[in-house]
Write a protein that binds this ligand. Structure first.
Ligand code: BTN
Length: 326
């Protein structure tokens, strides 16, 4: 039995007997019982067990539904979407859309999943991806004018994420160069762009986004930086993950379709208005060491403007990370 076979069956919040679950999945009642205990321990999802009634998840869980997401797309986004799959479990949604390219063409492929077993973050980090708590999605798009025309794309994606969150009435977030979505200094989401193909011509870009929506404490132990989630920061009832996913796609699909024509210049002012570190003393962490300076926004190519005693330098993404100076 897979790790998650059971959860869709319990998502409605009603009681289901051990025998019923065992019959649907095709295992013994003991195997169901073991699985319930393991999932509860690993995911932090509360699964009640009541003698004579069976198992239930009090209040149910809000599972992703590709049809609901499709229905909530605006006309333009719907026309740009060529495939949307919501998977129960996958290694990484970024990896999955790359696997689809051979069968499904090139642009407008979207994969989301309830869980990632090998979610990837920037700089070789793991992206903690527990079941049904958060949002993990990847959009694949093919661009034709080479890597240079894509400068600043990952920053524009950050703006698109901030816009989608605003549309869902999530309290205002900020962006940290190059790719973090922050709320009050804590990480709410991250963006991972992976590019393949010809750097001077046609290249395929996977835009991967992870958003913490309702991170179970049990899973959060593996996160090695200050984090938050939408549930904790929302002052009213938080949006469903289906609403969030639809709004993200309503921003991302047109952004991907228009970026080569418009470039980062079209997004820069909005990025600057969301900049969490503008005018702040920071330390740049590179592969070879650290450098102290002051963050001065980004230029029209999306490079960080970094001021030191020798003047303002422009810093391009890659393996560099930025932290507030202590
Ligand atoms: C970061 O380190 O801040 C970037 C995190 C990106 C995580 C997302 S989740 C969906 C997609 N699939 C992955 O394996 N990674 C990205």
């Amino acid at each position: 039995m897979s790790n998650t076979t059971l959860l869709p069956l319990l998502a409605d919040g009603d009681f289901h007997s051990g025998q019923e679950l065992a019959d649907v999945i095709g295992v013994s009642r003991t195997a169901v019982w073991k699985q319930v205990n393991r999932i509860a321990a690993e995911s932090g999802i509360v699964i009640e067990s009541v003698k004579g009634k069976g198992y239930r998840i009090p209040g149910g869980i809000d599972l992703l539904d590709a049809n609901l997401v499709r229905d909530a797309l605006n006309e333009r986004s719907r026309s740009l979407l060529t495939r949307l799959d919501v998977l129960d479990s996958v290694d990484s949604t970024n990896t999955e859309v790359t696997r689809w390219v051979e069968q499904s063409g090139s642009s407008g492929l979207v994969c989301s999943a309830e869980q990632q077993t090998a979610g990837r973050g920037r700089r070789g980090r793991q992206w903690v991806s527990p079941y049904a708590g958060n949002l993990y999605l990847s959009l694949l798009w093919e661009f034709n004018q080479g890597a240079a025309a894509l400068e600043g794309l990952s920053l524009a994606v950050g703006v698109a994420v901030a816009r989608a969150l605003r549309a869902c009435e999530v309290p205002a977030v900020q962006l940290k160069w190059p790719n973090d979505v922050l709320y009050d200094g804590a990480k709410l989401g991250g963006i991972l762009l992976e590019m393949s193909g010809d750097a001077a011509g046609s290249c395929k870009v996977v835009i991967g986004i992870g958003l913490n929506v309702s991170m179970p404490e049990a899973a959060a132990g593996a996160i090695d930086q200050a984090w938050t989630d939408i549930r904790s920061i929302s002052t009213q009832s938080p949006p469903t993950r289906n609403q969030l996913l639809a709004e993200l796609l309503n921003e991302l699909l047109p952004l991907a379709a228009d970026f080569e024509q418009q470039g980062f210049a079209r997004w820069r002012d909005e990025w600057l208005a969301l900049d969490a570190f503008a005018g702040t003393p920071v330390v740049l962490h590179t592969g070879s060491g650290q450098l102290a300076g002051v963050a001065r926004g980004v230029d029209e190519r999306g490079a960080l403007r970094f001021e030191t005693t020798t003047g303002v330098q422009t810093i391009y993404g890659g393996e560099i990370s930025l932290r507030a100076a202590q």
